[in-house]
Design a protein around this ligand. Structure first.
Ligand code: CA
Ligand code: CA
Ligand code: CA
Ligand code: CA
Length: 419
């Protein structure tokens, strides 16, 4: 008996919760309740545990405040194992006929290998071992309880995806950590060298890199497209692309889209993209620091793209020749973006160095001001804006926040700002 089941049984024995009418249970109606609602069921269940747990599977019905999504079937409850092919959500997690780890499949890799296109592999809350390969299958790997309750760690990389052209692999609701990569390889956390698309949302990529001599700590791409949203990259140690690294693979140039993303406390250049197209919208790249020569912040070369509604601040490199802050060429358009207090040189003596950049404060909505974040402990920064921040309502006026006001600049502005 699981702790949860024990708790439910225990509570059912101790508490009386008002029963819902007409649960439809099969037990004989021996109490004196009357059928008061307007559905076609008759009131036959109210005497079997007071409507609290009609099917006696240890889980109260949802109308009674419980978590049993079908209180007429004892085989269906949150402790059940998901069965495939029956079009039933057996384990009440809002996914139907998913490949469930670890109940139906002991390991993530077993589930990935068994999956077909459009399948979903769902992880129960817990910690899992990385070193995974997602085959060329259009699938979703998701943590049922979100990134706060689901961690996949270790491996080189933690997760490799291999989608062919036109296919997409989605990773969602997962903390991906502890990956390593060594020169000349790409990608410690998530690696994609295939010409399809990797989609990452509602996730955390942290502590990936380690060796300091490969490319791409959190996410490494070569000729692979990426769509990343509502995701944080923090404390990834790697010089070149601590958070995201992307480049072409032969003649295949990737498209990289980052929306509502934060990158803080990484050791190295957070975004390093070459020979690609790049969109950064509502991205924070702040508090990334390195003692090595390549710099910190954002670096692009031979890239066409747009950076908007974003913040690039407090990135420090001890090298006097580093590309610290925003270092990009004319192929990238920058607007409604704040670039502030990036420094390089010994003891970070050179302020706001933006070598190569096309950025000009005061033009195209661009700013050079203190963002006034809630917290600047960069190892786990809360980059929500304080109410006094000059970046509130300072984004592209064509965009709106979820509250209907003009979009804020930063990771929590715009229509996708709730995360
Ligand atoms: Ca039940
Ligand atoms: Ca049930
Ligand atoms: Ca399910
Ligand atoms: Ca099922």
């Amino acid at each position: 008996m699981s702790y949860f089941r024990f708790t439910s049984v225990f509570l059912s024995a101790c508490l009386w919760i008002p029963e819902p009418s007409d649960e439809g249970g099969a037990a004989a109606d021996t109490d004196t309740d009357t059928d008061t609602d307007t559905d076609t069921d008759t009131d036959t269940d109210t005497d079997t545990g007071g409507g609290f747990d009609v099917d006696a599977d240890g889980h109260a019905s949802e109308p009674a405040g419980g978590d049993d999504c079908n209180d007429d079937d004892a085989a269906i409850n949150p402790d059940a194992t998901e069965l495939r092919g029956n079009s039933v959500d057996d384990d009440c997690n809002d996914y139907t006929d998913e490949l469930s780890v670890p109940r139906a499949y002991a390991t993530i890799q077993q589930a990935l290998d068994a999956a077909a296109d459009r399948d979903t592999v769902v992880l129960k809350p817990g910690s899992y071992t990385g070193g995974l390969v997602v085959p060329d299958t259009e699938l979703t790997l998701v943590g049922e309880g979100g990134a706060a309750e689901t961690t996949v760690s270790g491996g080189s990389p933690v997760i490799e995806v291999e989608p062919s052209i036109g296919r997409s692999v989605t990773l969602a609701g997962i903390t991906i950590s502890g990956g390593t990569v060594s020169f000349p390889s790409i990608g410690a956390g998530v690696r994609c060298l295939s010409p399809g698309t990797v989609t990452i949302r509602d996730s955390v990529l942290t502590d990936n890199g380690g060796a300091q001599n490969g490319y791409g700590g959190g996410l490494g791409l070569s000729g692979c497209n990426a769509v990343v949203s509502k995701t944080s990259f923090h404390s990834n140690p790697l010089d070149i692309g601590a958070a995201v690294y992307a480049t072409r693979n032969g003649s295949v140039t990737p498209s990289v889209s980052l929306t509502n993303v934060s990158m803080t406390g990484n050791a190295g250049v957070a975004v390093w993209v070459t020979y690609s197209s790049l969109t950064m919208d509502h991205v924070v790249v702040s508090g990334n620091t390195t003692a090595n020569n390549n710099g910190a912040g954002v670096y692009t070369q031979s890239v066409v793209g747009v950076i908007t509604n974003s913040i690039i601040s407090n990135n420090y490199s001890t090298s006097s020749v580093a590309y610290t802050g925003l270092a990009t060429t004319g192929g990238v358009t920058v607007y409604y973006t704040d670039v502030w207090d990036n420094r390089s040189g010994s003891s970070y003596a050179l302020s706001n160095v933006n070598t190569m950049t096309v950025f000009t404060a005061g033009v195209s909505g661009n700013l050079d001001v203190d963002p006034r974040f809630t917290d600047t402990d960069w190892s786990a920064a809360d980059v929500h804006l304080r109410s006094s921040s000059p970046l509130i309502d300072a984004g592209d006026p064509a965009g709106r926040d979820v509250d209907g006001t003009v979009a804020d600049i930063g990771a929590y502005g715009g229509s996708g700002g709730s995360w």
